[in-house]
Design a protein around this ligand. Structure first.
Ligand code: ATP
Ligand code: MG
Ligand code: MG
Length: 294
């Protein structure tokens, strides 16, 4: 008997990728909507299978998708013969369900695409982008404070809550930042999206600063309009090497400076999320001096 089908009414498919599928559901008893992510895992569940939900369960922050509960269920369609039942004990799949807060259906990726119809960033785009950037940084600061590295920050993994607040999601690649500051650890290679990956992430020796690099590119995308997917890839590839469009430093000098620090090749020279938070706060005051806090 499935907990999922007995407790939830599946409303629609929201998205998914290499690792899981996410559905909008209604909790029948409470008549309340949630998102449920369903991930296929081995019968003998591994630490790696559980790290996404483990991380989510310790993270409680306005700018991180809220976690509610998790459970596993057998898939049932592995009707193995008794002869190899021993080995199938190990390998027959089950499903891991992760119940979370339901966010809006538009990701930050959609947000960026929609706004790409305008030309040069005007002051309202600048403000809007900063408002979003500040929330992402708050979430990242908290993740790092909890000694975790997200490792897969990209616009498609950033959502908006029902209240409109930015929510970092998809902790599928999260890992412990259990290092002393001096020696970034050697890690196994699990690729996120290459476009947002810090250079050292390809070498498998890195720390939390990979999140800062990815955020630098996201902030750039929040600000800079491109007209095609091809142009986007090109502009981002240049930005990875701190090569920005010519007009960029002219129209957005403060942002350019902050971005350069985040996209530094040397991870140690990239700012910590906490320093960045203060930096963006200062910028907010410069852009809008008469407006008081919040
Ligand atoms: P990928 O392999 O691309 O990283 P994934 O399988 O790891 O995907 P997620 O990124 O967690 O899965 O979710 C996939 C998509 O589902 C998201 O891009 C988003 O559109 C949607 N989604 C995820 N979580 C939620 C949520 N809590 N509320 C609403 N939509 C969500
Ligand atoms: Mg994802
Ligand atoms: Mg993922």
């Amino acid at each position: 008997k499935s907990r999922y089908t007995s407790k939830f009414d599946c409303k629609k498919y929201l998205g998914g990728g290499a690792f899981g599928r996410v559905y909008k559901v209604r909790e029948i008893l409470l008549n309340k909507k949630f998102a449920v992510k369903i991930v296929r895992v081995k019968k003998k569940i591994s630490r790696k299978d559980l790290r996404e939900v483990k991380a989510l369960s310790v993270l409680l922050h306005t700018n991180i998708v809220r976690y509610y509960s998790c459970w596993t269920e057998d898939t049932g369609y592995m009707q193995s013969s008794s002869a190899d039942s021993c080995s199938s004990q190990e390998s027959s799949p089950q499903l891991l369900y992760i119940q979370m807060e339901l966010c809006g259906s538009k990701t930050l990726g959609h947000w960026i695409k929609e706004r790409n119809t305008r030309t040069l960033p005007d002051s309202s785009r600048r403000q809007e982008s900063l408002t979003i950037a500040k929330q992402i940084v708050s979430g990242v600061e908290y993740i790092h404070f909890k000694k975790l590295i997200h490792r897969d920050l990209k616009p498609a993994n950033i959502l908006f809550g029902q209240d409109g607040a930015v929510k970092i999601g998809d902790f599928g690649l999260v890992t412990a930042d259990d290092e002393d500051d001096e020696n970034p650890r050697e890690r196994t290679n699990e690729t996120g999206t290459m476009l947002y990956m810090a250079p050292e992430q390809f070498e498998n020796i890195y720390d939390r600063k990979v999140d800062i690099f990815a955020f630098g590119l996201i902030y750039f995308e929040l600000l800079w309009k491109v007209s095609t997917g091809h142009e986007r890839a090109e502009v981002l590839r240049d930005a990875r090497n701190q090569k920005f469009p010519r007009e960029f430093p002219l129209t957005l000098p403060q942002e350019e400076q902050i971005m350069r620090s985040m996209l530094c090749n040397e991870p140690k020279q990239r700012p910590e999320a906490s320093a960045l938070n203060a930096e963006l706060e200062k910028l907010a005051h410069t852009l809008n001096p008469e407006k008081t806090e919040n």
